[in-house]
Design a protein around this ligand. Structure first.
Ligand code: DMJ
Length: 932
């Protein structure tokens, strides 16, 4: 492709204005291939595409209609209880509530979706409502990042399409930039957040009082995430360019400049969190998912929207580093910023699913196809992308809040390749949403993709993004009332017009980005990739890349740690991996000693590890010791997770639920094991006495039914025996703590009473009060309520609708007098001894099912290997290759592994390594604790 306008991705028509050139960047990368496709997956007929498009419209109506009817003006809909989520009126969910500013979030986030979906009349009504009802001056502390991408972005997207419609002459004739005025008001409210020496914004701000004032209740934070500080430029620059007020773009640029300056200079990577005052990296792990994702996205898109080469230069530098260290096709795995050959995790988070879409915009199609295919297989396995999953594709965090990132990448890949395969992918997404997430009052997030249970939550991004991308996937040009190629998508899928690149352009130049003289960019490709070249006369190109990955998930073998091993192929002996370690192997014990790790056998058979850095044979050994200890934490946390009983599901199957509402339930360590037996189905009846602590006085009412019992006053097992004696076929214990919910508290297993519980034959499940009251409310309203107790929700198909008329010794005593099973981890790996040690600790806790804490533990067995980790890696054919053998062969030819040999690495002084370690250990511990 010829270059025009200097280095930028160019239009071949040099006389076109700069904005046209940048517009061409996006458009070219995204649309060229659609017309060249001639073969591959079966093409989808126009009728079927239209049918699917209509289905998306109907689904949107269901989500939006229920929000407007039952939740508006609240920020979000709670689709299980069918009411609005008002902050302060519901139990706090922590950080996730920081998106809620009492500003009708879902309505604002949905504005431009209405226009994309051709609902112009509804858009006009929605804009009137925003102008009439929304107050941006609430005394509430909100996330600067979320408010920017969802509310400022929503207002600007709404404004962009309002002026487009007005110009067309039919709708919005009354519109006089009111949304823009609101956006400007909000922009000024966010500005005090930037009052730091670094220019990085505080993560939170009080909409009414700003920062730091006593009444603001914020401004004491020291850290923010990289994406939080680096995802402002599109909205802020658009606001500046629409209004002429330069300050917004200047502030956003300054924050980006600071992040760029702070990148780790040898790896060119950035960490996940940064101190906003000192600029020190707080978490030094680096990936393309949670905490960093949209920083990269905004660098590339800022170039597209603003035409400033420096953004592309930065993006390319980071991209090069990502592809060098993080990309391990088809995986994307976090690494340490200053030890980028070391993986920081053995799992991936769902947010990284946006990355293939960004790679399309960049023009790097092959890895985009590979990663997308891997993600699709994970989805096929679990119906949705779990919030996090391991390198061998097991669930790590089981929630799925209806995130749109995978749909986004699917859309962009379809635009780039024209391959109808991606339409089929979209069809599966639609089917799964309807089958598993649709509830009578909207769409509910998945609490646990394994059980199919729901959470009372429908995030605004579901309307802002999911429906937009799905609709656009199936739409032809004529199905949309404007040209989508004239706009760029923000990270929340809000639309900003590309003509902004030439509007008020000079304002950005006076206070802009530093000069770039330091980079050697001779290797950068300054031209846009041409899909005609990417798919050279081969319409089967995308398919040929996917084919070898067909079974990558099913035939998976653990990957991700191999990078370190690969780095040693050059001649050095590979270090000992935690998963290979055997406490009975003298060679391993010798290696441990060299690494400064001592091993203590506890009386009860468990093993304790302590690392004394100064006892390591060399700095390199000490470094290996650190990595070994980190791996051991992660491995033991994984083992612990695997030992837990997974949660169960209570599905309401009678009218009008028909199986659509699935509640997440805690299992019992006694009674019928639902994972081994068929589910139990029956009508529910409350037991008398309700606590079930004595012989029931209403056996006729519970006979053949599932008894509801309140938690408290006696053991869970005693309740089970009493209802079983009364003839109940199952039991549901409902928490007596009013307001408790699985949204805010970790689930637990109901333990026995310390005696033999073999006599209990019926299944018993536990529900928190909020989930329990959904059943109690249903009884009040419909009298007859039938439920299904199972380990995984049954598909809600029409058939179900037709079935309307049916068919341990560490246990601790809770306040209610029952036993909650607690994990037996008094001491797991090591004790905290001194600051010179890397010590891995765990804390006793009740056995939590939904808890994401990293409670490190190690099995008492001598062999620590994870049974699923079999020392193999997966090649691109989905076959397993024995890496150990390769390494073995290689090490046989190696020279003697003298402990003092530095293996070609620079030897660091011990103090600096110690300092490094402490930071790494802290970062590692924090990493597991942080939620997305
Ligand atoms: C959205 O709010 C945005 O896409 C953001 O960048 C991160 N992800 C959520 C949805 O998952």
């Amino acid at each position: 492709m010829s270059e025009a306008g200097g280095r930028g991705c160019g239009s071949p028509i040099p006389q076109r204005a700069r904005w046209s050139l940048v517009a061409a960047t996006a458009a070219f990368c995204l649309v060229s291939a659609t017309s060249v496709w001639t073969a591959g997956a079966e093409p989808m007929s126009r009728e079927e595409k239209q049918k699917l498009g209509n289905q998306v419209l109907e689904m949107f109506d269901h989500a939006y209609g229920n929000y407007m009817e039952h939740a508006y003006p609240a920020d979000e809909l709670m689709p299980l209880t069918c009411r609005g989520r008002v902050r302060g009126q519901e139990p706090s969910r922590g950080d996730v509530d920081d998106a809620l500013g009492k500003f009708s979030l879902t309505l604002i986030d949905s504005l431009d979706t209405l226009v994309v979906l051709n609902k112009t009349k509804e858009f006009e009504d929605a804009v009137r409502k925003v102008l009439r009802d929304v107050n941006l001056d609430n005394d509430v502390v909100v996330s600067v990042f979320e408010t920017n991408i969802r509310v400022l972005g929503g207002l600007l997207g709404g404004h962009s399409l309002a002026i487009m419609l007005k110009e067309k002459g039919e709708y919005m004739q009354w519109y006089n930039d009111e949304l823009l005025q609101m956006a400007k008001q909000l922009g000024y409210k966010l500005l005090p957040a930037f009052n730091t020496t670094s220019g990085l914004p505080y993560p939170r701000i009080n909409l009414k009082f700003g920062i730091r004032k006593p009444e603001a209740r914020t401004g004491t934070e020291t850290d923010t995430c990289t994406a939080c500080a680096g995802t402002l430029i599109l909205e802020f620059a658009a606001l500046s360019r629409f209004t002429g007020a330069t300050i917004f773009e200047e502030y956003a640029r300054k924050a980006l400049d600071f992040l760029w300056e702070k990148r780790q200079r040898s790896s060119n990577l950035v960490g996940v969190t940064i101190n906003i005052h000192t600029g020190d990296w707080v978490r030094k792990d680096s990936g393309v998912g949670a905490g960093i994702d949209s920083y990269y996205e905004y660098l590339l898109k800022a170039y597209v929207l603003l035409g400033d080469d420096s953004f592309l230069e930065r993006f390319n530098t980071h991209y090069d580093a990502i592809m060098r260290y993080i990309s391990q096709p088809p995986l994307l795995l976090d690494v340490h910023i200053h030890k980028p050959m070391l993986n920081a995790r053995t799992w991936m988070d769902a947010l990284l699913a946006f990355f293939p879409g960004l790679q399309v915009l960049k023009g790097d199609i092959r890895p985009a196809i590979e990663t997308h295919e891997m993600l699709y297989q994970v989805i096929k396995k679990h119906n949705f992308l779990p919030e996090a999953f391991t390198t061998d594709f097991r669930v790590h965090w089981a929630q799925h809040p209806l995130r749109p990132e995978f749909a986004e990448s699917t859309y962009f890949l379809y635009k780039a390749t024209g391959d109808p395969y991606y339409l089929e992918v979209g069809k599966t997404l639609i089917e799964n949403l309807n089958k598993y997430a649709r509830v009578p009052c909207g769409f509910a997030a998945m609490k646990d993709v394994r059980t199919g249970s729901h959470e009372d939550r429908m995030d605004s991004f579901f309307l802002a993004e999911m429906f937009k991308y799905l609709y656009l996937l199936f739409a032809d040009k004529e199905d949309i009332i404007f040209d989508i190629e004239d706009y760029i998508f923000t990270t929340e899928a809000h639309l900003l017009p590309l003509w902004l690149s030439t509007t008020n352009q000079s304002i950005s130049k006076k206070n802009t980005t530093s000069e770039y003289t330091e980079l050697d960019d001779s290797n950068f490709d300054w031209t846009c990739p041409n899909t005609q070249i990417l798919f050279p006369n081969d319409p089967l190109y995308a398919q040929s890349i996917r084919e070898p990955l067909k079974n990558v998930v099913d035939k998976s073998c653990p990957r991700g740690i191999i990078r370190v091993e690969e780095s040693f192929r050059s001649g050095a002996k590979p270090p000992l991996r935690a998963r290979d370690f055997m406490a009975t192997n003298p060679e391993h014990l010798e290696i441990l000693k060299k690494m400064g790790v001592s091993l203590i056998h506890l009386k009860d058979g468990r093993v304790q590890l302590v690392q004394h850095a100064i006892q390591a044979a060399s700095s390199i050994d000490a470094e290996d010791g650190l990595r070994f200890m980190q791996e051991m934490i992660e491995l033991s946390s994984q083992q612990q997770k695997e030992q837990q009983l997974p949660p169960r599901a209570v599905q309401i199957v009678s009218h009008p639920f028909f199986g659509r509402v699935v509640l997440t339930a805690g299992p019992a360590q006694f009674g019928l094991d639902l994972s081994k037996h068929k589910e139990t189905r029956g009508f529910v009846a409350s037991s008398k006495p309700y606590n079930g602590c004595s012989e029931l006085t209403n056996p006729e009412a519970v006979m053949g039914k599932i008894a509801l019992i309140q938690r408290g006053q006696c053991m869970f097992a005693e309740k089970a025996r009493n209802i079983q004696n009364a003839g109940a076929i199952g039991g549901i214990v409902i928490d007596d703590n009013e307001g408790s919910s699985s949204d805010t508290a970790p689930l637990f297993q109901m333990a026995g009473d310390g005696k033999d519980t073999d006599d209990i034959k019926i299944p018993m499940l536990f529900l928190f009060s909020k989930e329990g009251s959904i059943i109690l409310d249903a009884i009040r309203e419909y009298e007859e309520v039938e439920v299904l107790l199972s380990d995984k929700a049954k598909d809600r198909d029409p058939e179900m609708e037709n079935e309307e008329q049916p068919s341990s010794e560490n246990d601790s005593q809770n306040q209610s007098g029952e036993q909650i099973s607690s994990s037996s981890q008094e001491v797991d790996l090591v004790d905290q001894e001194s600051s010179e040690e890397n010590s891995l600790n765990s804390h006793p806790e009740s056995l939590s099912l939904a808890n994401m804490d990293n409670a490190a533990s190690i099995s008492p067995s001598e062999q620590t290997s994870n049974p699923t980790e079999n020392h193999e890696t997966t090649n691109l054919n989905g076959e397993c290759t024995d890496l150990d053998n390769q390494l073995q062969e290689q090490s046989e030819t190696e020279e003697d592994s003298n402990p003092n040999v530095s293996w070609g690495k620079k030897v660091q002084p011990i103090d600096s390594i110690l300092a490094d370690w402490n930071e790494d250990i802290e970062a590692f511990e924090m990493m597991e604790k942080d939620e997305l």
